[in-house]
Design a protein around this ligand. Structure first.
Ligand code: THU
Length: 134
C-alpha cells in the first residue's frame, strides 16, 4: 500500500464525516504493519469541545481491533483549498502509536500534498523518548 492509495482511502473516509457544525469533512487512514488500513472521520458534537477529529477516530478504530502500531498516515480534507495537518491533540495521540519516522501525507481539494513524518509534526516528544528507553 503506497501513500497515494492510503490518501485515496482517507479521502473516501471523509464522506462519512459527521460535521453539521463546521461543514468541514476530514478523513484519515492509518496503515498497520500487516497491511490492514483503519480509517476514521471527524465526529462533531453540539458541545463543540467534544468533537473527535478524523485522526483520533482512525486510531480508535485500529486500537479497538487490537492494532497498537501504525506505520503510515494519510489525511484528506476534500473541502479545503489547502492541505490540513493534524491538530495538536491528534499529534500527541498519534505519537503514542507511531514511530517518529512514520510517513504522513495530507492534502485538500487542490493538487498540493504535504509529505512529512510524525517526528516532524511532533518534535521533542519526551514521552516518546521515555517509552523507547524503558
Ligand atoms: N478536523 C479533523 O478532523 N482533523 C484535522 O486534522 C483538522 C480538523 C475536524 C475537527 C472539526 O470537526 C472540523 O475538522 C473543523 O475543525
Amino acid at each position: 500500500m503506497d501513500m497515494d492509495a492510503l490518501f485515496r482511502i482517507a479521502w473516501q473516509a471523509a464522506e462519512a464525516a459527521y460535521a453539521p457544525y463546521s461543514r468541514f469533512r476530514v478523513g484519515a487512514a492509518l496503515l498497520a504493519g500487516d497491511g490492514t488500513v483503519f480509517s476514521g472521520c471527524n465526529v462533531e458534537n453540539r458541545s463543540f469541545g467534544l468533537t473527535i477529529c478524523a485522526e483520533r477516530s482512525a486510531v480508535v478504530q485500529g486500537v479497538s481491533r487490537g492494532c497498537r502500531s501504525f506505520r503510515a498516515l494519510a489525511i484528506a480534507a476534500p473541502g479545503s483549498p489547502v492541505p490540513v495537518g493534524p491538530c495538536g491533540a491528534c499529534r500527541q495521540v498519534l505519537s503514542e502509536f507511531m514511530d517518529r519516522e512514520a510517513p504522513v501525507r495530507f492534502g485538500g481539494s487542490g493538487p498540493q500534498r504535504v509529505d512529512t513524518t510524525i517526528g516532524e509534526l511532533y518534535p521533542y516528544d519526551s514521552l516518546h523518548e521515555l517509552a523507547g528507553a524503558t
